[in-house]
Write a protein that binds this ligand. Sequence first.
Ligand code: ZN
Length: 219
Amino acid sequence: MCSSPETSREHAPPQCFFPEAQEIGRDLRKNLVTVPSCDTHNSKKSKDDEFFRAVVLFTAVAANKVAKHQFMGKMMRAVARKPHAYSHFFKDEGTLADGTAHALRIERERFDTCIDHLVRAIFYDTYKQKWILPMFIVSPNFYSTIDNDRAVPHSPTYDAIRVSRQFLGQEAVRGENPDIFKYRVRYDEEAKMYAFAGIFYDFFEVYSASSPELTNAAI
Ligand SMILES: [Zn+2]
């Protein structure tokens, strides 16, 4: 997104989401999406990539075999190597009294930055141009807070998801390693509207949309 010359390629999503074939016994790195990057931004991203993966895996670990594999292997080895870094990713908010869930607080802004990069990279890969307007990002897998010992769903999120699903309704599901990541995109040139929906490990969902109208509404 900057104007520095391209010196490397960056994966979208980060390569660390995808197990290596020799570890899992099949090729789950088929035609990964990469986009041009400058050195500064690519190396700056590597810590965020680890945070991004940790948040998604903590949420999705029980959802499918690949998530469990990646959580127990690659991620737990990284936690053992640098427990300090990982303890900063999550603030423990305790277990709900009914025992149904354990709450971890994350730095949401940082997570949204990771999604922002991903969604712009996918746009570039799909439509061969840059998307520069702000992206709005929501996920039904996040809760707002805990109130009276209940996780409170973030209700504006559900409205945004309904609108995104409608807009993306007819679009094909993309992504050659769907156990790890699949997505739908749509760009309406007339309305200058771009929308994205992605699912990690069959479980963690994220929606993003952007248009001049949405930007103006936010201001
Ligand atoms: Zn750059």
